[in-house]
Design a protein around this ligand. Structure first.
Ligand SMILES: [Zn+2]
Length: 370
């Protein structure tokens, strides 16, 4: 049986914005109607998705107490949603539980924390988030924090992982919480591999050899990640998948983000509504790469390190555009079909679809118990 796992979805953001995943939420931009989501439980089921890691994302721009508060807010929405949809989904923290859910026809909802800022400089807070169900932590996001440097800013703060970050890594290893290296600077990545006793994951990144962006991983990084027993989960974001698309995309995406933020604050303002519509149309006018690019990135990882170190982490509900042909989570099976077309055997597809990530999660949890 294939357990199809998506290791990174920004769905909690949509829950805070008022999305009801128990109801079908239409995809596509509708002025005056919000939120626009790539996922809901009916579409997950249609896409044959058995499990998803919901990202508890906080911006590096938030002050420490705000970040902590925001993380609790997002987690509380996930709890409420799961409780209200107990016939469809279950909050999940272990691989054994995920497999049981699958047998019982339930989708597993896991939680990962994207950016370690909410723990502030306090390992006790890290333990509290673990108790709430967080099973991986992306050490930082688009800024340098107390734990390590990000790939985004030019100016780095630590040159890799900070002294406190080393303590965080040790405590995550002890708890059996996965360390996520997506968004990290290259030096932070190498430091994590040096200090972590458990295999690590990149929950939503692509290959730099195919598309040169600091969010993507070099061949050397992929080889080292595999050697450590970890896994790279390919991101669906067209701007990471395809360099040609990215060259045209970033300016339009910035304009969209500005228009979107302005409209969010005053949703009945007709002028702001129109401005957002234009920004959206201009962004969407750039021809998007095919979803087959995702499989090109999978192929690349396989060619470097074999089938045991790659998977998928869509970044749905957190990206402005999706690949052509994979506009929302209901179309996930297209990846499986494309893998078959390219000659992958069923046992290999099982690994890529989720087996690899679950194996690494189990390994980290077992090491933690020792
Ligand atoms: Zn991210």
């Amino acid at each position: 049986m294939i357990f199809l796992l998506d290791s990174h979805c920004d769905s909690p953001l949509m829950l805070v914005k008022g999305a009801d995943f128990g109801k079908k939420v239409e995809q596509g931009y509708t002025p005056g109607k919000f939120p626009v989501t790539h996922t809901d439980f009916a579409r997950m089921k249609k896409g044959g998705v058995n499990g998803s890691f919901y990202a508890i994302y906080t911006s590096n721009a938030l002050a420490p107490d705000e970040a902590t508060r925001r993380a609790f807010e997002l987690i509380s929405r996930v709890y409420d949603t799961v409780e209200q949809n107990g016939d469809k989904v279950a909050l999940t923290t272990t691989v054994a539980q995920a497999k049981r859910n699958c047998k019982n026809g339930l989708i597993s909802i896991f939680m990962g924390m994207e950016n370690g800022s909410p723990i502030q400089k306090d390992l006790s807070m890290l333990r509290m988030f673990y108790r709430l169900g967080i099973r991986y932590m992306t050490l930082t996001h688009a800024g340098n924090n107390e734990i390590c440097d990000s790939c985004a800013p030019k100016e780095k703060r630590w040159g890799g992982v900070s002294p406190f970050g080393r303590d965080v890594i040790a405590e995550m290893n002890r708890l059996g919480m996965l360390i996520d290296v997506s968004h990290l600077s290259d030096n932070s990545f190498w430091d994590v591999l040096k200090y972590s006793k458990a295999p690590v994951v990149a929950t939503h990144s692509c290959c730099r050899a195919l598309s040169d962006h600091p969010r993507n991983m070099t061949d050397e990084m992929i080889k080292a990640l595999a050697e450590n027993g970890g896994v790279l989960q390919i991101n669906f974001y067209p701007a990471f998948l395809d360099q040609e698309y990215a060259a045209k995309f970033w300016d339009k995406a910035d304009a969209f983000d500005i228009a979107d933020k302005a409209w969010m604050k005053d949703q009945n303002n007709k002028e702001l509504q129109d401005a957002l519509k234009i920004a959206t149309e201009e962004m969407n006018a750039i021809p998007r790469p095919s979803y087959k690019k995702i499989v090109d990135h999978i192929d690349h990882v396989v060619s470097l390190v074999g089938v045991k170190h790659v998977g998928i982490g869509s970044d749905f509900d957190g990206i402005e555009t999706c690949p052509d042909g994979l506009e929302d989570i209901s179309k996930m099976q297209k990846i499986i079909i494309e893998l078959r077309k390219r000659g992958y055997k069923e046992h290999e597809i099982r690994l890529i679809a989720g087996g690899n990530f679950l194996r690494v999660m189990d390994a980290a949890q077992r090491l933690g118990e020792e």
